[in-house]
Design a protein around this ligand. Structure first.
Ligand SMILES: Cc1ncc(COP(=O)(O)O)c(C=O)c1O
Length: 417
């Protein structure tokens, strides 16, 4: 057999066809050659467990949020192969519904098999070449993560920093662009560590003046907060499934606009990542014929499809308004209790509110009591805000008034207010 046959995409099949038939398997059992006594097994780690029984939490922290019940129902559809035409149809539907949720016509709109961080990694791995200057707006924990990842792909990373709880002004970003002249500007639209919504108006214009790509983290905004990829001139965006899309974590949306694709297609250096390589992944999503890249987690794709189907059914504008009005109900309840959101109204995210911990209150102890006594999860502060705020997520399926009522009542009891 020629080596080319073995190495060709069909080589594996050819090689199998030419193998001699397998030898018969010896019978197992008392009369056969083998019995269970043939093998020496160490049973030290062999647990005998009851059926899994996790507590019924209401997840009102920084994520995950509870998946919509319809999402779980969709997940039990039968498994199909990763190139089955039925699965290709699911992929196409997911891509199209994502275009709706993101308000984009970007052809390259996919989900990567991994959590939000994997999509963040995919974004940087593809558009950053070694030596590229990357300007990152760091106003919280996830801005810092961008710095880390961009650096790992050889980016010459420059930062502009904001106090945690504040947003950058367009002027601040303009000045930093003039100083650093980056090839990529990266910002977090919805900073889950601070509860700030970073305004994006004007950034696309700046980026075009500087021949620079605009890369935006939309993990906590997609499906919950107004966001227009095309109208706002965003070149690269990624997100997560477990926040406002009401699906379990494990697949993460990613989109590249035409300017980003031009940069990827004209790279001087290969993309230093196989799994997140846009070209290889693209062949799976839109190649003709579609080609194997990895074994997509079918049931998580079904979940994403259902989560996005719910977005389309509700309508984006209605969904954004629901998130805003439920958050406003929560903020009003906080005010009645004498509690203060950390972020000024102008920049406050509806999907994630940071609430200042009153003086003398142990933030961790309150969160533990909410979890253990009320089955309600909220998150503590991260990084610069550790111990200073609680983080409350009202995202997707969980952005409902009854959840606000449960949380406010529980908080009032625990705080004695
Ligand atoms: C703004 C933001 N970016 C990125 C991530 C990373 O996503 P994941 O934890 O799904 O990897 C998160 C997670 O909370 C996030 O909130």
């Amino acid at each position: 057999m020629a080596l080319d046959d073995i190495c060709s995409p069909r080589g594996e099949f050819n090689a199998i066809m030419m193998l001699p038939p397998p030898a018969p398997v010896p019978p197992v059992g008392a009369e056969g050659i083998m019995s269970t006594n043939t093998f020496s097994i160490n049973n030290d780690h062999r647990l005998d467990l009851p059926t899994l029984d996790t507590p019924p939490r209401i997840l009102l922290g920084a994520g995950p949020s509870n998946s919509h019940p319809r999402v779980f129902s969709a997940m039990i559809a039968p498994t199909v192969g990763y190139l089955d035409s039925a699965f290709i149809q699911v992929m196409d539907e997911v891509a199209e519904l994502l275009r709706y949720a993101w308000q984009t016509d970007n052809e390259y709109t996919v989900v990567v098999s991994g959590t939000g961080t994997s999509a963040m990694e995919a974004a940087f791995a593809n558009v950053v070449e070694p030596g590229d200057r990357v300007l990152v707006g760091v106003a919280g924990y996830f801005g810092r993560r961008m710095v880390d990842i961009a650096g790992r792909y050889g980016g010459d990373v420059r930062c502009i920093e904001a106090v945690w709880g504040e947003a950058f002004t367009l002027d601040e970003i303009r000045q930093a662009m003039e100083i650093h002249r980056p090839q990529v500007l990266a910002v977090v639209h919805a900073e889950t560590s601070t509860g700030v919504r970073q305004p994006l108006d004007g950034l696309a214009g700046l980026c075009r003046e500087h021949d620079c790509l605009l890369l935006v983290d939309t993990v906590t905004s997609l499906g919950g907060v107004p966001l227009y990829i095309d109208d706002w001139g965003i070149d690269v965006a990624y997100s997560g499934s477990q926040k406002c899309l009401s699906a379990p974590s494990g697949v993460a949306p990613l989109t590249f606009g035409p300017r980003a694709m031009a940069k990827i297609n004209h790279r001087q250096t290969p993309i230093a990542n196989f799994y997140m390589n846009a070209e290889l992944l693209g062949k799976y999503w839109s190649g003709s014929p579609r080609g194997y890249h990895h074994t997509a987690p079918a049931h998580l794709f079904y979940a994403m499809r259902e989560g996005l189907r719910l977005v389309a059914e509700e309508g984006l504008a209605e969904r954004w308004l629901r998130h805003q009005s439920v958050a406003e109900t929560f903020w009003a309840g906080l005010a009645e209790m004498g509690l203060t959101p950390h972020v000024a109204l102008e920049y406050r995210l509806p999907s994630l509110t940071t609430v200042r911990v009153p003086a003398g209150v142990d933030a961790g102890a309150v969160a533990r009591r909410l979890l253990n006594e009320y089955n309600v999860e909220i998150s503590g502060g991260l990084g610069d805000l550790a111990g200073k705020v609680w983080r409350v997520g009202l995202m997707g399926y969980n952005a409902r008034r009854e959840n606000v009522a449960v949380l406010l009542r529980a908080l009032a009891e625990v705080l004695g207010r």
